[in-house]
Design a protein around this ligand. Sequence first.
Ligand code: ADP
Ligand code: ADP
Length: 226
Amino acid sequence: MASIVLSNVDKIYAGGVKAVNNLNLEIKDGEFMVLVGPSGCGKSTALRMIAGLEDISSGEIAIGGKVVNHLPPKDRDIAMVFQNYALYPHMTVEENLAFGLKLRKMPKQEIQKRVNEAAKMLGLEQYLKRKPAALSGGQRQRVAMGRAIVREPQAFLMDEPLSNLDAKLRVSMRASLNQMHERLGVTTVYVTHDQVEAMTLGDRVCVLREGVLQQVDTPQNLFDNP
Ligand code: ADP
Ligand code: ADP
């Protein structure tokens, strides 16, 4: 677990679009922070800069007190979940969950333990031997989350992970995400354009508009003072 601090962060894309404009944001250790705002407000860009998938134009990003501006994604000890699940189609659920840990040469027993714990937490125990094609969209997204969990990273970064799911599934996945966060307490940055999702998931919500931070507060305070 770790805090994530953005100080005076700008992102200007080639062509001159200022996607993020002097962003200052402190995400506390263990906090669930939602970045919300209309399409094009800079949410994904901010998340991708935290992940190291996008260079920052100026300013500083620190994870766990360490400036990461020049660190590649693999050295940032974070795990990402996107809306497209990117599961390996030829592998079973169990193999998908274990794959990243095998690459890191983790002992088999530890891998098995983490895979079983994640499967239990996400309700995937009875699907471990199935391949992704034989899963529903919600189940696939649970596997994608499981792959993030088993790594036990300092932080989770999620970009619209529920937006490909139907309304009913989104509601049950929101409950699962809340439970998961309660159990693990991992610092989380979650991007969505859905205000209901933001208000039900976030410990705090950061509202962006045209790259500028408008408000950052608890859902209750935002609800009382819109
Ligand atoms: P959001 O996630 O809130 O929809 P984005 O961060 O994707 O917003 O985009 C913010 C702004 O930056 C938009 O104006 C978008 O068109 C622009 N943008 C995003 N990615 C690129 C890119 N690779 N090159 C140029 N402009 C981009
Ligand atoms: P990690 O354990 O670091 O999360 P993974 O082994 O899960 O890494 O994935 C490594 C990279 O390969 C990721 O960027 C992921 O999005 C991508 N990836 C995963 N599954 C597939 C797939 N079926 N086809 C193409 N790329 C994939």
